[in-house]
Design a protein. Structure first.
Length: 218
């Protein structure tokens, strides 16, 4: 089984958590693209979606799924999204696709975070994947210096502007043993919009695509 087939297995298995008539929170990335395809197959049974990126919005609309503004929705039953890394505490690094801020907002209004990954994303300690930080452009150098003080090695993601018009610093060489503490510390730096640690709001359910099919941990 290829990595993409494992992503597909995880994405389709997440349909089990979608209630009839509901509005579904939808993340971003190649694993989520499989989930969006799966949603398309039941589009007449759902009310619509709240999306975490322009890319996911376009894909949802292309399949005829209505996309609601986050401000018009009081809450969501589920938010389905991928991750770049996930540890045994269900804390994640996200933002490989630069959609971390909108992902954090949609996750915040959902009762349940369903994380869909292939088996390569599971780690014991977060940090091998560079931690994305969304930064207001004028704060780039200041935030980079502060991230160095926290022990990281920030690298400017050249040529990338987020959907919110900001830049991304990818922080290399962090061994993240206290993800909640680091999430709070980075978010407290002036000029940081948010960082890709999803530790305070981790995953509630993890669906892992494996060569044997989707493994669900509740
Ligand atoms: C985008 C994300 C994605 O969920 C993460 O990068 C995983 O992507 P993929 O499913 O393509 O491996 O956080 O900002």
């Amino acid at each position: 089984m290829t990595q993409d087939e494992m992503k597909k297995a995880a994405g389709w298995a997440a349909l089990k958590y979608v209630e009839k008539g509901s509005i579904v929170g939808v993340g971003t990335g190649s694993t989520v693209n499989h989930f969006i395809d799966a949603l398309g197959s039941i589009k007449d049974d759902i009310k619509g979606a709240v999306s975490s990126s322009i890319a996911s919005t376009e894909k949802l609309k292309g399949l005829g799924i209505e996309v609601f503004d986050c401000n018009d929705v009081a809450g969501l039953d589920v938010y389905v999204d991928g991750a770049d890394e996930i540890n045994p505490h269900r804390e994640m690094i996200k933002g490989g696709g630069a959609a971390l801020t909108r992902e954090k907002i949609v996750a915040a209004i959902a009762d349940k975070f369903i994380c869909i990954v292939d088996g390569t994303k599971a780690v014991d300690v977060l940090g091998r994947f560079p931690l994305p930080v969304e930064v207001i452009p004028m704060a780039r150098s200041y935030v980079a210096r502060e991230l160095v003080k926290l022990g990281g090695d920030p690298v400017y993601r050249e040529g990338v502007l987020t959907d919110n018009g900001n830049i991304i610093l990818d922080v290399h060489n962090m061994r993240i043993t206290d993800a909640k503490d680091l999430e709070s510390k980075i978010n407290a730096i002036a000029g940081v919009v948010t960082n890709g640690l999803f530790a305070h709001r981790g995953a509630d359910v993890v669906i892992t695509g494996t060569p044997e099919g989707a493994k669900i941990e509740e």
